[in-house]
Ligand binder design. Sequence first.
Ligand code: SAM
Length: 221
Amino acid sequence: MAAQKTTGDPLAAARERMVQTQLVARGIRDPKVLYAMGKVLRHLFVEEALRNQAYGDFPLPIGEQQTISQPYMVAFMTEALELLGTEKVLEIGTGCGYQAAILAELAPQVFSIERIHSLAARARRTLESLRYFNVNIKVGDGTLGWPEEAPFDGIMVTAAAPAIPKPLLDQLAPRGRLVIPVGDRYSQTLMVARQTPEGLKYDYRGGCRFVKLIGSYGWEE
Ligand code: SAM
């Protein structure tokens, strides 16, 4: 929900092409998600030498052996949260802050946890420079969630877990959704857990591959 200046943006055409050829063509339908993906300046979240590749159909390195996810995966996971525009959302794995910016376009309150100090610091700077003041980032083990701010209507984990961390399920609001890649170190299934009046319901959304979620309820370092 930040105002960004896009006039004179040399990569605006590449961003629009990304939305059409990578997202719309592959079935992303939520107009709010497509709007956010078309608006957020993804190239400003990667280092200068990679900016021309920022709208390509692949993840990119962001330092510290971590990555910014492929645009389609960002859109697919965001759509799975089914945000209406009133939610409090938690992201685990801030990375460069791009996914947090997408969430910040769709929800009034975004909390994000990153375990690597330098990435969290850079993400904070980038998000502030783009005037995303509704994102709150902390450094720590995201597998423990953010109990002081719980419950959350949506939780998104952007790193691969061996199993769903129980603290995250405990921090879901009634009817809240949790999106998380679960599997071994090499391949995972994207899972959606939903809190319903009858208890938790699980849904499987296909294969994916993420860097490891490291922490008390994740992988060992
Ligand atoms: N969402 C990010 C973005 O838009 O750039 C991409 C995230 S990257 C694929 C995964 C991130 O999860 C890495 O930055 C990694 O350091 C972080 N991570 C791994 N385990 C974590 C944990 N237990 N708590 C918080 N962050 C964690």
